[in-house]
Each structure stands twice: as C-alpha cells, then as structure tokens.
Design a protein around this ligand. Structure first.
Ligand code: PGA
Length: 241
C-alpha cells in the first residue's frame, strides 16, 4: 500500500486524477472502475479539464461503476447513473456503449448481478479501480459484516450508510435501503486500486484501513492484501494516523 498524504480536497483530486489520466494515456482503451459520492467529484472535474485541454481522450475508454441503488430510475437525480452522466460522462468523449452501471430498476436481482458480473468479465476485468471509503470502512456497498460477498450482489445497506446518505433525500422512506454492488473479489481483482479520502469524517476509519487487522468488520482493510493500492488522503483524513 502506498499512502500519499496531501494538503486538502483539491490536492487529493488533482493527484488521483493524475493517476487516472496516466492510465488513460498509457492505455487509451483501459477499463476504469468508477465510484460515486462526494469524494470523486473533484477528481472528475480534473479529468474533464484534462479532456478540455486536449490532454485526455476517452474515445476508447471503458468504465464500470462500483454500484447503483436498487429502485432508482436512471433519471432520478440521486441515482448513480445520473451522477456519472452529470459529473463526468456528458462532459467527455466516452461512448455511451462503453460505460456501464448496474440497472437499479432490474426486476430480477439475481439476473442483474449475473449480467453485471458478465460485463466486467467480458471487458477483461478492471485496470484501475477508483474507491471512496465509507465512514464505517465500506468499499462499494460491501458493508461491515461477519461475512462478505465475493461477486456482484444486492447489498442491504447498514444504518450508518443510510444515515450518511440521508442528506441527499427528502425523507427516510426515500433513502434506498439496498444497492447492487461489486463484491470484494470483483474489487480485489482490479489490477490497480486508487482509494481517495478527504475530511475529518474519515479520520477515525483510516488507521483501521491502513494499519488495522484485516477483518470483514472493516471491508477496506482487505485492501492491505492487494499488490497495487495507492491511497491518496488529505491531512484531515489522516489526522489520527
Ligand atoms: P463519500 O462516500 O465520498 O460521499 O464520502 C464514500 C463512500 O461511502 O464510499
């Protein structure tokens, strides 16, 4: 695990975007694993800048997202499909047929999980997986638990995650309680992983991720077993380390 401590959110965004940009430059047809949430917004802004400058070409890039809420229409502004189009895809020249997310409206959840697993396989796996980190140590929606799922699955969100998401929804009833997510094997199979973290709310979990025991109680601690993980975190996120 390489850990880069940066000053603040903007620096984290530039550094992480720099790694993704290098990947695209070295391998223009790379498969990116993408994440949503507050953390990657700045990273996506930097990538859009790179595209607008003429430094980055997404025409051959493929992407698969980590997760999607069950039950949200892609046009719902809280769906991850909406987030990705709004914050990245609509602003660069990635082709629509080349980006993928789980379908939150799929009627048969098991079939949808198998379909999404198959997409990732058919692309030859993920070259670079971008991750945020939940305040409870989740990656994707692999929540702390006695056992973790390997492959794409429908996850039940923990109260901690539901509460962390509450700020985006009008009422508790509107907050999705389940999401489709890559499993830990899917994530760990990525050839390179970049985890970005910013802010005091992440300070408590970061030592457990980086130095703590490897445990399903902190799913991100499993990343210690991966041969190529880069953590880019700001001073606030690393303040307890
Ligand atoms: P955040 O979410 O980027 O909004 O903090 C991270 C996560 O829950 O994985």
């Amino acid at each position: 695990m390489r850990v880069y401590k940066v000053k603040n959110y903007d620096e984290m965004s530039r550094q992480a975007a720099g790694i993704i940009a290098s990947m695209i430059t070295l391998n223009p047809a790379c498969v990116l694993g993408l994440a949503t949430g507050s953390t990657p917004e700045g990273i996506y802004r930097e990538l859009i800048k790179g595209y607008n400058n003429g430094d980055l070409d997404f025409s051959e890039v493929k992407s698969v997202n980590l997760d999607e809420y069950q039950g949200l229409d892609p046009n719902n502004d809280q769906s991850y499909y909406y987030y990705m189009t709004d914050k990245l895809f609509n602003h660069v020249n990635i082709k629509k047929e080349n980006y993928h997310l789980p379908n939150g409206l799929a009627e048969d959840a098991a079939k949808e999980c198998a379909r999404y697993d198959e997409i990732i396989k058919s692309l030859g796996g993920v070259d670079l997986q971008l991750l945020g980190i939940g305040i409870n140590g989740h990656i994707g929606f692999n929540e702390p638990s006695e056992k973790l799922e390997k492959d794409v699955h429908l996850a039940k969100l923990t109260e901690s995650t539901i509460n962390a998401n509450a700020r985006f929804f009008k009422s508790y009833d509107d907050i999705p309680k389940h999401a489709f997510t890559m499993g830990v094997r899917t994530i760990m199979s990525a050839r390179k992983i970049v985890l970005a973290a910013s802010g005091k709310s992440k300070a408590e979990i970061m030592p457990a991720v980086i130095n703590g025991p490897i445990t399903t109680a902190v799913p991100a601690s499993l990343l210690q077993l991966h041969p190529d993980v880069t953590i880019i975190a700001d001073e606030d996120a690393l303040s307890l380390l």
